[in-house]
Ligand binder design. Structure first.
Ligand code: F6R
Length: 362
């Protein structure tokens, strides 16, 4: 049942504030973080290896920043199809964490089986608690996103991020990197996210307008820095997956090492950059693009829009959010730009060609 929406994807985008509240309520109680019936000891862990595919991999990529910065834990991330055949050494004190909406992705499951018996702990972050990946893990953290029908993952991604954010905070707290008061502040910020995301859904009309122009492009570039780099990757994946427009994402600072050669007036460049501590760097990358005739769509907040200066093609203004958890909020423009571009092109949004919801063969 699409609940009055034109596509499951639109319904699932709109459901995000509700399912985010659900997962927060599950892991964050009035007296702090709880992982019901799960035993996770981050004091005995000295390395975290996160493995997944596609959008779930990008959730790991965002979480890498959180675990490293908050918990001081070295994190390795990899796509499952590479990890499993590379057969990397798993040193003692390693926790291996697998993220999967379906819990049945063949490569992710194989990577998990490779780690079984080698890693100190196998942790699964899944949407389907009775899935194979969940069954074969020591610790299972459901993301409680509800059934996701659209092939393009949306609400599962944001709830993967919510779950991983709580886990990173727990790791930081256990490892003595956050005091109770600091943890409380971070949790307060997390609690405000569903409401802010609800406000962010209001960018819909603007996304629809801008997408009419994006739909005419043959190639689109996405740029992001730091915690926003994985969001650029996610935006490009969503766009190519459902609109069939060729899209690539780069870390903003990599632009001048090659990809800038692609830039001309026909290639829209979508820059995902809230006004954070790296904003000035991103603005200078943006100016390099504009100096070569590139059309920049800047996705930022009010302050960022004011500081960006002239010459920007389009600006999409997001609500203010704490910089640390901004990647969760910026999933919305990544999803909506892809969605409305696909709608403008008339593609099959919920069932894009050549793709399956659950990839159970490698
Ligand atoms: C993209 C998308 C895929 C999945 C990937 C992993 O929108 O949905 O990239 O994220 O196939 O699937 P799961 O999470 O089921 O392991």
């Amino acid at each position: 049942d699409k609940g009055g929406y034109k596509h499951f994807m639109a319904k699932e985008i709109a459901e995000q504030p509700v399912v985010m509240t659900e997962v927060l309520g599950h892991y964050v109680k009035s007296d702090g973080i709880q992982f019901p019936n799960q035993d996770i000891d981050f004091k005995s862990i000295n390395r975290l290896t996160m493995v997944a595919c596609g959008t779930a991999y990008y959730a790991c990529f965002v979480a890498k920043y959180w675990f490293e910065q908050l918990a001081g834990l070295p994190v390795e991330i990899d796509v499952a199809s590479e990890f499993r055949y590379r057969e990397p050494p798993i040193t003692s004190g390693t926790a291996a964490l697998f993220v999967s909406q379906s819990g049945e992705t063949a490569d992710t499951l194989a990577a998990l089986r490779y780690c079984a018996g080698k890693a100190d702990k196998i942790i699964a972050v899944v949407n389907v608690p009775e899935s194979s990946i969940a069954r074969e893990s020591d610790v299972v953290l459901p993301i409680l996103a509800g059934v996701e029908v659209g092939v393009a993952s949306t609400k599962a991604f944001t709830n993967q991020l919510m779950t991983l954010a709580v886990l990173a905070l727990e790791a930081a707290h256990q490892r003595g990197r956050l005091t109770d008061a600091e943890l409380g502040d971070y949790l307060e910020n997390l609690r405000s996210l569903p409401g802010i995301l609800n406000t962010a859904l209001g960018i819909e009309t603007r996304c629809e307008e801008i997408s009419l122009k994006l739909a005419e492009a043959r190639d689109i570039l996405f740029l992001g820095r730091g915690r926003m780099y994985p969001l650029a990757l996610e935006g490009a994946l969503k766009l190519k997956e459902i609109s069939y427009i060729h899209a690539e994402a780069y870390a903003s600072g990599e632009l001048k090492h090659g990809p800038i050669a692609l830039v001309d007036q026909h290639v829209p460049v979508i820059v995902i950059a809230p006004r954070d501590d790296l904003f000035d760097k991103t603005v200078s990358n943006m100016q390099e693009v504009m100096a070569r005739g590139g059309r920049v769509l800047l996705v930022t907040d009010q302050k960022g829009a004011e500081e960006a200066g002239d010459g920007v093609w389009e600006t999409l203004i997001m609500p203010e959010v704490d910089a640390f958890f901004a990647p969760i909020l910026y999933a919305v423009p990544a999803q909506m730009l892809a969605y409305y571009t696909a709608v403008a092109k008339g593609t099959d949004v919920d069932q894009p060609r050549n793709l399956a919801k659950s990839v159970t063969v490698e």
